[in-house]
Design a protein around this ligand. Structure first.
Ligand code: SF4
Length: 376
């Protein structure tokens, strides 16, 4: 837990606030009566949020969905944003037991040159997409901040919105990447249970739990427009982790009201050399409950549904809770223009193209949105 040299410590008590409330959560105490009371509210309290995440809410998914659809319409209309990820490197210095990129997994490693990145970007831009998420494994040595900055500058030439999902940075580094053209930062805590966190992060800088926890604050202080929160559902008690994710975002929004907030809801997936890596007790019904709970607790927050989930589930949740969906996805290094230069992070469950996802969105009476942002 001790910060490594060079890791910036900021003055914030958000971690203690979230941890204290998660510690107190006993979701078995909630009853159907508590869930009904929560669903009768216009604005859910933290207590209500605990109730709708509890097992007692399982029989009320239809009521939750109806309320979630109304909230989604109120805040997002019928728009569904489209984006795709571009992995530019899969080198990683961490040993996370659940991830195909972990430093001990024997996979083909690769990193795109800047010229290769530009060709990938051009190929993706031809599909009509205007939003891109650049990803790396977590290796400062292989994928330094300047390399990522150059990739962001290239991406900003072709895309109106550039997000990054990389290792956590200091405030000045986020400011640098923002100046290069990036506006959004995704950092997922994986699990908020600090003991479990240590058990599944065996080596590398990612072991420093609080440095990761405070990444979103450093990103916003560095000038980023928005940040994403999430836990890898299935690693630990998913109800507690989802409760913690919601509280993290809730306290964050109170402190930084100008920040755009979104959630992601990744579940464990099989990866190369570990076909048995799965989401344990988080089945689709449980995943849906978590997504609906996020929507009802923070109705203005975006929710992204990734290709970790099968097409039928993704189609079902857009417009109900999810407001953003990926399409034309590759999770190896590159792969949009040339063959992939490095192996993938996990198995995807929905390989549909941008055009196919576009048509699906229309068929559900929703509007595919490629950009809501004009870069001046
Ligand atoms: S989850 Fe991230 S940090 Fe961990 S092994 Fe995978 S890429 Fe590396």
């Amino acid at each position: 837990m001790t910060y490594q040299q060079g890791m910036e410590a900021i003055d914030s008590d958000m971690l203690e606030k979230v941890a204290a409330m998660v510690e107190q959560l006993d979701y078995h105490q909630y009853t159907g009566h508590d869930v009904k009371r929560a669903l009768a509210q216009d604005r859910l309290s933290i207590e209500d949020y605990g109730a709708i995440l509890s097992p007692a809410a399982a029989p009320f998914l239809e009521e939750m969905a109806a309320k979630a659809i109304a909230a989604t319409r109120r805040h997002f209309g019928n728009s569904i944003q489209l984006f795709t990820p571009l992995y530019i490197s899969n080198y990683c210095e961490n040993h996370c037991v659940y991830c195909g990129f972990n430093c001990h997994n024997r996979i083909n490693r690769g990193k795109l040159t800047l010229a290769e990145i530009e060709e990938e970007l051009k190929a993706i831009a031809k599909t009509g997409l205007k939003e891109i998420l650049l990803l790396t494994g977590e290796s400062r040595y292989q994928s330094g901040v300047e390399y990522i900055g150059e990739a962001v500058k290239l991406a900003a030439k072709y895309f109106s919105t550039v997000g990054i999902e990389i290792y956590p940075l200091n405030t000045d580094e986020y400011a640098y990447l923002h100046a290069c053209g990036s506006d959004f930062v995704s950092v997922y805590q994986e699990t908020y249970n600090s003991s479990k966190y240590e058990q599944v992060h065996l080596e590398g800088p990612k072991r420093i739990y609080p440095y990761r926890f405070y990444a979103q604050e450093r990103a916003i202080r560095g000038g980023m427009r928005g940040v994403a929160f999430g836990a890898l559902l299935g690693l630990d008690d998913f109800r507690k982790d989802a409760f913690a994710v919601g509280l993290h975002a809730y306290f964050f929004q109170q402190k930084y009201p100008h920040a755009e907030i979104s959630f992601s809801t990744p579940r464990l997936r099989p990866y190369i050399n570990n076909a048995g890596n799965n989401a344990n007790d988080v089945h689709e019904r449980q995943l849906l409950q978590v997504m609906l709970a996020y929507r009802l607790f923070l109705p203005f927050a975006g929710i992204t549904i990734s290709t970790r989930e099968r097409a039928g589930f993704r189609d079902h949740v857009i417009g109900m809770a999810a407001t953003k969906i990926s399409a034309g996805v590759r999770v190896g290094v590159g792969g949009h223009n040339e063959a992939e230069k490095g192996d993938e992070q996990f198995e995807i469950a929905d390989p549909r193209s941008v055009e196919q996802v576009h048509q699906m969105i229309l068929s559900r009476g929703l509007q595919p949105v490629y950009t809501d942002y004009l870069r001046l």
